[in-house]
Design a protein around this ligand. Structure first.
Ligand code: NZQ
Ligand code: ZN
Length: 386
């Protein structure tokens, strides 16, 4: 196991009714920028609850609605301008990962002299940020408990993740009841995203992380049990709670502490979203089994066989048989139990027009991952997934 620093300063209020803790925002000043998406929080009544609480503590509230799924740099720029013009003290994101990610870069941009896109492509420029608070409404990205933010410039076909410890939320309200209304498509995509974060941490070349491996297997089993349960009954509290806590822990540094390697399926998917604006979790679910088939070889077969035995309970047969069965089972879970499309064509990617360009960028972004990937390898994975 390698040395590591594990630091998550986010105070998490988890469970029913925890929204009342929003009054703690008072600690950070008197002016808040409320950032949200396309309107789901208004339909659900969360908006009214949040506004009432913020008014109760006398905050001046400025609003930035309309953050898109796959949040755009144009929206971030608007938020930064609002912060600078009004001398905002803190940013409150109410929504899913897209809203939270936008809020983080707005918080960084508010105290930065240049264009916020620089903070997306040069994380080292992020030297401070306004405090970020979140009310999570969708279990998927783990953005509520980490320092990552993923922003797109779709006109340039660019989608990049940035990171700063200053982006880690000061507080996150995680009420599973707020996810009852999440659509079947987003519930499935979110579950696939949590699983993908876990796979990126699980398939590592760093020896010695027995505990981290078991954490990963637990998170995967949680998704396998509760993803379909939440689809079956969207108001199953235990299912929504399990997925919500799994989402935060899959990507807050716990699962890969001392054992992390570069991620690879995420860079491949980010290119798909950058060029085709598809749903992140769907892209991951489509690519993952093809990446697994590519990655299976004499050096990795034991790891894949462990995955099959420990996560899927596949016994009998040699390592290769178990490994292959586990990969088949993974693909089947995504398509048959989460009902996610199984091919890129089904999500609207008709041809291989941009594959070479996308593959070159994804391969560069995944240097040092579990198995080495050349641009040609990535292109092959895209073709297999088409
Ligand atoms: O826009 P609104 O009205 O809020 O509707 C959203 C949106 O249409 C809706 N939604 C959210 N909560 C809801 C709800 N609908 C009904 N009821 C609710 N309670 O769901 C749709 C998708 O929301 P979005 O925030 O885009 O989804 P998600 O949380 O999956 O975020 C995806 C983004 O996060 C990035 C992805 O690349 C993508 O841009 N990621 C961020 C990461 C991070 N910060 O650590 C890591 C991930 O790997 C990922 O890359
Ligand atoms: Zn993800």
């Amino acid at each position: 196991m390698n040395n590591f620093t594990y630091y998550v300063p986010t105070k998490v209020y988890f469970g029913k009714g925890q929204i009342s803790h929003l009054v703690e925002l008072k600690e950070s000043g008197s002016k808040v920028l409320l950032v949200y998406g396309g309107g789901s929080i208004k339909k659900l009544g969360i908006y009214n609850t949040v506004m009432a609480l913020l008014r109760k503590i006398g905050l001046n509230i400025y609003e930035l609605p309309g953050i898109e799924p796959n949040p755009r740099i144009e929206s971030v720029r608007k938020g930064v301008q609002l912060c600078k013009e009004n001398k905002i003290d803190m940013v409150l994101a109410v929504g899913g990962g897209s809203v939270i990610d936008a809020a983080k870069v707005i918080a960084g941009g508010a105290v930065y002299g240049g264009d916020p896109w620089s903070l997306v492509i040069h994380p080292q420029y992020i030297l401070k940020a306004l405090p970020v608070y979140t009310v999570l409404t969708l279990s998927a990205t783990g953005s509520e408990m980490n320092g990552n933010a993923v922003i797109s410039d779709l006109k340039a076909h660019e989608k990049w993740g940035t990171y700063s410890p200053f982006f880690k939320p000061k507080m996150s309200i995680c009420d599973p009841e707020y996810t009852y209304s999440v659509s079947a498509k987003q519930t499935a995509s979110g579950t696939a995203d949590i699983m993908s974060h876990t796979f990126e941490n699980y398939f590592t070349t760093v020896p010695g992380g027995f505990l981290q491996e078991k954490f990963c297997e637990s998170v995967l089993m949680t998704c396998i049990k509760y993803g379909p349960a939440a689809l079956e009954d969207p108001k199953d509290y235990e299912a929504r709670a399990a997925l919500m806590w799994a989402s935060s822990n899959a990507i807050n540094g716990l699962l890969n502490a001392g054992t992390g390697v570069a991620w690879c399926v995420h860079p491949m998917e980010h290119e798909l979203s950058a060029f085709y604006d598809i749903t992140h979790g769907e892209g991951l679910a489509i690519l993952t089994p093809h990446w697994m088939r590519f990655a299976l070889n004499d050096d990795t077969v034991v790891k894949f066989a462990n995955y099959g035995r420990n996560v899927w309970g596949i016994f009998g047969g040699d390592d290769y048989e178990v490994a292959n069965a586990a990969i088949d089972r993974t693909a089947e879970f995504f398509t048959k139990e989460l009902h996610i499309p199984g091919t890129l064509r089904e999500v609207g990617i008709e041809d291989d027009k941009y594959f070479r360009e996308m593959a070159a960028k994804a391969a560069a972004g995944s240097k040092g991952s579990f198995v080495p990937l050349t641009a040609e390898d990535v292109e092959g994975i895209y073709r297999a997934a088409l």
